[in-house]
Design a protein around this ligand. Structure first.
Ligand code: ADP
Ligand code: 5GP
Length: 185
């Protein structure tokens, strides 16, 4: 059976991971984006089963106990995790699977999937990161402060990853990402 690949995109909140992934999916129909489970409340417009599986804390903890996650992490006060089944099924079918996850989970993937390609997305500057988080307008002031604090720690870890891409001009970043994925698959 042919075997697909796992591509992990990580980087601080607000850097543009979601934007890059959406553009990639729109251009390449051979990619599958894993849908995570989270205990975070849905944002306005987010759809169950499309953006996330929104679950309660006890449900998430049950899933941890059942080893249902490929990786999971606690991020800014909520749990986030990658359900294992679907990812393994798609990879067996020869499909390229994308994970868009924070850094603790991206580190953990190195143990479970040593062949995964792990890419760190960097902002042009911390000021621009804050500008993007504010511009997105989805987080409270408190959540934004937590995310920015966390971002400062995360940025120091970029060298642990296979590639780094600065998301300054979106099209340029997208081209680099496409090149890395094509080269890896
Ligand atoms: P993440 O998924 O990493 O949290 P998003 O994809 O939600 O980040 O992007 C955060 C904000 O930054 C969004 O408002 C998005 O439109 C904007 N953004 C993303 N990439 C760029 C870019 N290259 N230049 C300017 N703004 C961008
Ligand atoms: P948000 O609340 O903005 O949707 O996501 C917060 C952070 O959690 C982002 O950095 C996002 O990439 C990350 N994230 C989303 N799903 C997962 C997951 O399944 N596992 C891990 N470890 N992080 C995730």
């Amino acid at each position: 059976m042919s075997s697909g690949k796992l591509i992990v995109l990580t980087g601080p909140s607000g850097v543009g991971k979601g934007t890059l992934v959406r553009s990639l999916l729109a251009r390449h129909n051979n990619l599958y984006l894993s849908i995570s489970a989270t205990t975070r409340s849905p944002r306005l417009g987010e759809i169950e089963g499309q953006d996330y599986y929104f679950v309660s804390r006890p449900q998430f903890e049950d899933m941890i106990a059942q080893s249902a996650f490929l990786e999971w992490a606690n991020y800014a006060g909520n749990y986030y995790g990658t359900p294992r089944d679907k990812v393994e099924e798609k990879i067996k079918q020869g499909i390229i699977v994308l994970l868009e996850i924070e850094i603790v989970g991206a580190r953990a993937i190195k143990q479970t999937f040593p062949d995964a390609l792990r890419i760190f997305i960097l902002p042009p500057s911390l000021e621009e990161l804050e500008h993007r988080l504010r511009g997105r307008g989805t987080d409270s002031e408190e959540a934004m402060t937590r995310r920015l604090e966390r971002a400062k720690e995360e940025l120091t870890a970029s060298k642990e990853f296979d590639h780094t891409i600065i998301n300054d001009d979106l099209e340029t970043a997208l081209k680099k990402l496409e090149q890395y994925i094509i080269y890896h698959s």
